[in-house]
Design a protein around this ligand. Structure first.
Ligand code: PMP
Length: 284
């Protein structure tokens, strides 16, 4: 039975409750992180903590713990659940308020830490690659809500995901308001074109994924040339390889977009090299 951390206490799953007046529930008013645990160690713990606090700062949410206290709480929850390999969902909501939007009426932000196992894509999908379609729902316009904030507002990503699954695809490609490639609903996107590894930069309106950043570092260290900047769907259609990165998915090949085969329709050599390097990094 998993123990959930909620406001300084570890409680059984069925007792982990928050108010129905919480702005996290009423308005998606809050921030979160998804974090991997490999071999009992919290992966990229500092980076996830930093991103959580930046997301919170951006939405003017004051987290009632210091970063050190938050990291200790995550470690404590992982230990209490005997988690060797798994996934931590860290959520901070605005807290219970009135039925209006005014955050001055909210009280204590709620800190929730869930440490559990995770279902990844089946092994076969890592061998065969994913098929993608482009969603008509675009990523958040950065003038509306910066995609760099990992907020509890995922509704347009959910709508895009529905578009994907309706068409038999596990993921969907989301564009930005300019029609450029942004990212998938829960993963960043990369291509390989003539030996260069290419991915949209944060200016394209993406969540700056920590797996993305780790993979870019692995590629840099392996001497693979890198381009970070605007990409169009055409770039993906004509790419030699394509793959996605994310905490849950890790590194996963994409073999078609909108019915166009990418490269030879199989996971490419640089994708496989980076997946290998990533697995070595996380399972060292
Ligand atoms: N983009 C979006 C929209 C995401 O929600 C996520 C995380 N699930 C990512 C990219 C990947 O980020 P990370 O590698 O930090 O998990």
């Amino acid at each position: 039975m998993p123990s959930i951390y909620i406001n300084g206490q570890l409680v059984p799953k069925e007792d982990a409750k928050i108010s129905v007046y919480d702005h996290g529930l009423l308005y998606g008013d809050g921030v979160f992180e998804g974090i991997r645990v490999y071999g009992g160690k919290v992966f990229l713990h500092q980076e996830h903590t930093d991103r959580l606090y930046e997301s919170a700062r951006a939405i003017r949410l004051e987290i009632p713990l210091t970063k050190d206290q938050m990291q200790a709480a995550v470690e404590q929850t992982v230990k209490a659940n005997n988690l060797q390999d798994g996934y931590v969902r860290l959520v901070v909501t605005r807290g219970a308020g009135s039925l209006g939007l005014d955050i001055r009426r909210t009280s204590q932000p709620q800190v929730i830490i869930i440490a559990d196992t995770i279902t990844m894509y089946p092994k076969q999908v890592y061998e065969d690659g994913l098929r993608l379609v482009t969603a008509s729902t675009i990523r958040n316009h950065s003038q509306a809500l910066s995609p760099r904030i990992k907020s509890l507002n995922y509704l347009n990503n959910i709508m895009a995901k529905i578009e994907g699954t309706d068409q038999g695809c596990e993921e969907a490609l989301m564009l930005n308001h300019k029609g450029e490639v942004a990212e998938c609903t829960g993963d960043n996107v990369f291509i390989v074109y003539r030996g260069v590894l290419k991915t949209p930069s944060p200016e394209s309106g993406i969540l700056e994924g920590l797996t993305r950043n780790a993979v870019l570092k692995l590629a840099r260290d392996a001497g693979i040339p890198i381009y970070e900047g605007p990409l169009t769907r055409h770039d993906i259609y004509v790419a030699d390889e394509c793959f996605l990165t994310g905490t849950a998915a890790e590194v996963i090949a994409v073999t078609s977009l909108d019915g166009r085969k990418i490269g030879d329709g199989k996971p490419g050599p640089i994708t496989r090299q980076l997946l290998d390097l990533f697995r070595k990094l996380t399972r060292a």
